[in-house]
Design a protein around this ligand. Structure first.
Ligand code: NAD
Length: 298
């Protein structure tokens, strides 16, 4: 019989992820503090419980998808004592590596054979809905092997990055590249405009030259060259600037904690902080081009 899964955190990402587990044949019980999120989940066929401990009490696998480290640690503190011996805990939220490791330690300290995995995702709400997320996983090989069939119902690419915290490390390093590269691509388009070079001409050259990168070819920050990019849709997210800022700050915290030199990561965090403070936090992160065009102010 298919395993029973508890899913805590049924927000923009969690709800479609849990819905894909239901479609994949799992029995899923969800919980969210928000009654609206619970009601939306029920409409998608997800049974909901009245508390997190109730949701996890007969689950073989528990997945958390929450805003940040403090929420994850608070929820794990509540659910670990309520879980069945030998169950598997997976956290797919994006959080700092230190909190991710603390969560693993909490599961191990219960001494009840609980397995744990940090498994943050990339792919956004579109990927969560389509079941095409990338999962970056940290934990033992055994925990990874056990989680894999469950993660495959929600994702297209499942990578074991290493021990506890390695999934979160991969996530923040990847998103630091993304934040920096988006600013680089946006700066190039702004300079091209000043030089009288058309968007399409820059795209045609750079997309097949050494300037080629995902921020240009899949997520072009000007309307036209890539019809599916948020630039063609009024910079509606997509991936909100607030979430990019969160990930860039996590990367800077990690750089400070480890002594890594990341000057461009620091600059990207500063620019996204100004962009968000100017009222654009809920716009797509590629909208930073408009901010740069305006001289970095509104
Ligand atoms: P969200 O705010 O839409 O959902 C989070 C949910 O957690 C909310 O419904 C909230 O009510 C619930 N919650 C908070 N505290 C709780 C608690 N104690 N018990 C139960 N429920 C609780 O956020 P989201 O967009 O779904 O993102 C979730 C995580 O995924 C974040 O860490 C985010 O950084 C990461 N992420 C998001 C995206 C994206 O595009 N949205 C992409 C990749 C990763």
């Amino acid at each position: 019989m298919a395993e029973t899964i508890a899913f805590i955190g049924l927000g923009n990402m969690g709800c479609p992820m849990a819905a894909n587990l239901v479609k994949g044949g799992y029995r899923v019980t969800g919980f969210d503090l928000s009654p609206t999120a619970c009601a939306d989940a029920r409409e998608k066929g997800i049974k909901t419980a009245t508390s997190a401990p109730e949701a996890v009490s007969d689950a073989d696998v528990v997945i958390t998808m929450l805003p940040a480290g403090r929420h994850v640690l608070a929820v794990w503190r509540e659910i670990v004592p309520a879980m069945k011996d030998g169950a598997l805990l997976i956290d797919s939220s994006t959080l700092d590596v230190g909190s991710a490791r603390q969560a693993h330690e909490m599961a191990a300290a219960a001494n009840r054979g609980l397995a744990s995995l940090d498994a943050p995702v990339s792919g956004g709400v579109g990927g969560a809905t389509a079941g095409t997320l990338t999962f970056m996983c940290g934990g033992t090989g055994e925990a990874f092997a056990r989680a894999r069939p469950v993660l495959e119902k929600m994702g297209a690419k499942i990578v074991h990055c290493g021990d506890a915290g390695a999934g979160q490390a991969a996530k923040i390093c990847n998103n630091m590249i993304l934040g920096i590269s988006m600013i680089g691509v946006a700066e190039a388009f702004v300079l091209a405009e000043k030089l009288g070079l058309s968007h399409q001409a820059l795209f045609d050259v750079a997309s097949t030259s050494s300037g080629q990168c995902w921020s240009l070819t899949s997520y072009c920050p000007v309307p036209g060259p890539v019809p599916s990019s948020p630039a063609n849709n009024g910079y509606k997210p997509g991936f909100a600037a607030a979430l990019m800022l969160k990930d860039l700050r996590l990367a800077q915290e990690a750089a400070n904690a480890t002594g890594a030199t990341t000057p461009l990561g620091a600059e990207a965090a500063q620019l996204y902080s100004l962009f968000a403070a100017a009222g654009h936090a809920s716009e797509d992160f590629s909208g930073i081009i408009n901010f740069l065009r305006g001289g970095g102010k509104d």
